[in-house]
Design a protein around this ligand. Structure first.
Ligand code: AMP
Length: 279
């Protein structure tokens, strides 16, 4: 497995693969890889001849008061995980390689990015769409793999690929959880042991929401009231949002009909965690 730091070298590598007729899969990440990322890489390895894992903490998707500087990084550990999973290249560029000094072009979206995480992270999806557009152009993959953990991102990327005619398939993969239910996340590393325990309210409250849905409850207000009440009982947790929207259009819904996304962002101490279910 190679670690590639420049766009030119990555392009040359993919060109070689294309000459061989290889199908190429891409797994975009911000590094500090865990089992959730590994599930995406495993699937990419199973479905493609060559796999690129991008490992880049994208400054453009962080707001001014967010955790860009403290975001965890460990390239050696990431390389080991990627190698063991059978990936062929880690693309690990410096920020200056991705964004030259007078960089001034952006990709944004009018729908899908305004609600949910977009409310408190107004520039986040512009950064995500821009960096993914660049990665999609640089790699020219046949397929790219995304986790349902970031459900809004998955919906946004699928929509962007359709809007802008990227000739590639976007594959959504299920959420990987710790044994006790906490969704795996690079940000879990910020949690103290007390906060780690408190963070279980996300998956626990979603489970109650799912049980209500399975029992036939269709009134979103009722479901959201129950789910929020569970989170509010946890003193270390503070709700950013808990919402039910249609999936994958992310439109407001009052009565559950068709597929819905029950999604939440919750601060546990200073750490903002997200989780969701699609029903
Ligand atoms: P990140 O490094 O957090 O930007 O995540 C990179 C990709 O891994 C995104 O598509 C995420 O949705 C996905 N991912 C992160 N955590 C998980 C998880 N627990 N289960 C499944 N996919 C995940």
């Amino acid at each position: 497995m190679k670690i590639i730091e420049t766009i030119d070298e990555l392009r040359a590598q993919v060109k070689e693969w294309r000459k061989e007729g290889f199908r190429v899969g891409l797994v975009p990440t911000m590094g500090y890889l865990h089992e959730g990322h590994k599930s995406l890489i495993d699937r990419a390895v199973a479905e493609n001849d060559r796999v690129v894992v991008s490992d880049f903490v994208n400054p453009m998707q962080f707001g001014p008061s967010e955790d860009l500087a403290s975001y965890p990084r460990d390239l050696d550990k990431d390389a080991k995980l990627c190698e063991e999973a059978g990936a062929h290249v880690i693309f690990h560029p410096e920020a200056s390689e991705m964004y030259h000094e007078d960089f001034s072009s952006f990709v944004d979206m009018n729908t899908l990015t305004k609600g949910l995480c977009g409310k408190t992270r107004p520039i986040h999806f512009r950064g995500v769409c821009t960096v993914l557009t660049k990665l999609f152009h640089i790699v020219g993959a046949d397929r790219a793999y995304f986790g349902q953990k970031d459900a809004q991102q998955l919906a946004v990327v699928k929509h962007m690929v359709q809007d802008l005619n990227f000739d590639m398939e976007i594959i959504g993969c299920p959420i990987i959880r710790e044994e006790d239910g906490l969704a795996k996340s690079s940000r879990n590393t910020y949690l103290s042991s007390e906060e780690r325990q408190a963070a279980l309210v996300l998956s626990k409250s979603l489970k109650v929401g799912k049980q209500m849905l399975e029992a036939g409850e269709r009134n979103c207000k009722k479901i959201l009231r129950e789910v929020s009440a569970i989170i509010e009982k946890e003193p270390l947790a503070k709700i950013d949002y808990v919402e039910i929207v249609s999936w994958p259009n992310l439109l407001p819904v009052e009565e559950v009909e068709g597929q819905i996304l029950l999604a939440m962002a919750v601060y546990v101490g200073k750490t903002r965690l997200i989780d969701n279910i699609i029903f």
